[in-house]
Write a protein that binds this ligand. Structure first.
Ligand code: KG4
Ligand code: ZN
Length: 357
């Protein structure tokens, strides 16, 4: 069922707007209370990393069950830590797309229940747009338009951002997302889950120029991404072209593994930076926003800073604070503030959606 978005015009305005945000799109159960879109009163995250570790990826049924166990304790803790009670809360916001529907439905059901029983407006949030919001969280003087690069476990997207609520998708992944490639390459290299931080740490001791892995640009004008080719290139490098060779990883030295990790990371970052450059020039961006789990990567942060500094005058780079790069509910409550101000509310027919609208 399509979610109806209701534009309310006569919502009462108060001095401080406190929004309770809820996030359950993948493997983090999170709740937060944020005042006026930027004052973080609480942020609680119950991570499921340990539960999925042995499978090398998120198992939807396990994620769903863990969200059901954690959702109410996490919300209760967020409210307690914020030192508010239900009367101080102005709206309930929830990420309802994109993500694992069996995971999203837990947050959506909790949010609808609270909105109904507490008689509060309900706000539906796009998880990817919320990631972008976490890059703007602390900025008071945002120069627009901005190019936003959102790189996470499930998505790699470039947006033209004219305001927090006016986002135009410029390009996205046609196969594996950037974070997914990090996770899969970490599995090939037998590095611990989640793969992104493991690859980054291992790469510190490696040579990024040791192996020339492919950089898929998808044509001179494309702003889409493809990372499955580089993942396969790493696989062939480790197992032989026909996949019949012995698994060389077990007999590799730690230096060789570090060189693969560093060369892989450099190739992914190279593509992300070049595509961001294309997007900046396409829309004449003043600012670049970086968010999503992969935005925690220091090499990516440095490379994008170098890109922004190469312009005269330099482009402003805003990166999500590290604690808000990976999934959290602060970004949900923060973006919801702008929807609240615009009177964009959902009704109780709100449903989860696997893909982005
Ligand atoms: O945004 P996020 O928490 O979840 C999704 O919405 O997908 O992103 C998780 C992804 C994982 O693929 C993880 O490996 C990646 O972000 N990641 C990193 C780093 N930290 C997390 N990738 C590269 N370098 C990192 N330091
Ligand atoms: Zn995410």
């Amino acid at each position: 069922m399509q979610t109806k978005e209701i534009r309310a015009t006569s919502h009462e305005s108060r001095a401080t707007i406190n929004i309770l945000g809820i996030e359950t799109s993948c493997d983090e159960t999170a709740a937060a209370v944020v005042a006026d879109g930027r004052i973080v009163k609480s942020s609680i995250i119950a991570s499921q990393t340990k539960l999925h570790e042995k499978y090398g990826g998120v198992v939807p049924e396990i994620a769903s069950r863990a969200h059901i166990e954690k959702i109410y304790p996490v919300i209760a803790e967020a409210i307690e830590q914020a030192d508010v009670d239900k009367d101080d809360i102005d709206a309930i916001a929830v990420a309802n797309q994109p993500g694992l529907t069996v995971a999203l439905i837990v947050g959506v059901t909790a949010a609808k229940t609270l909105a109904f029983t507490w008689d509060k407006p309900l706000i539906a949030i796009n998880h990817l747009h919320a990631h972008l919001q976490s890059a703007m969280l602390t900025e008071e003087n945002l120069q627009l338009p901005a190019v936003a690069l959102i790189v996470s476990g499930g998505h790699s997207c470039l947006y033209d951002c004219q305001s927090p609520l006016e986002l135009k998708l410029l390009g996205s992944t046609i196969d594996d997302a950037a974070g997914e490639a990090f996770d899969k390459v970490a599995t090939i290299l037998k590095l611990p889950y989640p793969g992104g931080p493991s690859i980054e740490k291992t790469a510190e001791k490696g040579n990024p120029n040791a192996i020339k892995f492919p950089r898929s640009m998808l044509g001179p004008d494309s702003l889409d991404f493809s990372f499955s080719g580089i993942k396969t290139a790493v696989l062939y490098y480790c197992h032989g072209q026909d996949m019949k060779g012995e698994n060389k990883v077990d007999s590799m030295t730690s230096e060789q593994i570090a060189d693969i990790a560093a060369s892989f990371q450099a190739a992914v970052i190279d593509v992300l930076v070049k595509k961001t450059k294309r997007a900046i020039e396409r829309i004449g961006a003043e600012t670049v926003l970086l968010g999503g789990g992969v935005a925690a990567n220091n090499q990516l942060r440095t490379a994008l800073q170098q890109l922004c500094d190469s312009y005269k005058p330099a482009k402003k780079l805003l990166i999500a604070p590290k604690q808000y790069c990976t999934d959290n509910a602060v970004m949900v409550a923060s973006l919801a503030y702008y929807k609240y101000k615009a009177g964009l509310f959902a009704d109780l027919t709100l449903e989860p959606r696997a893909s982005s609208e």
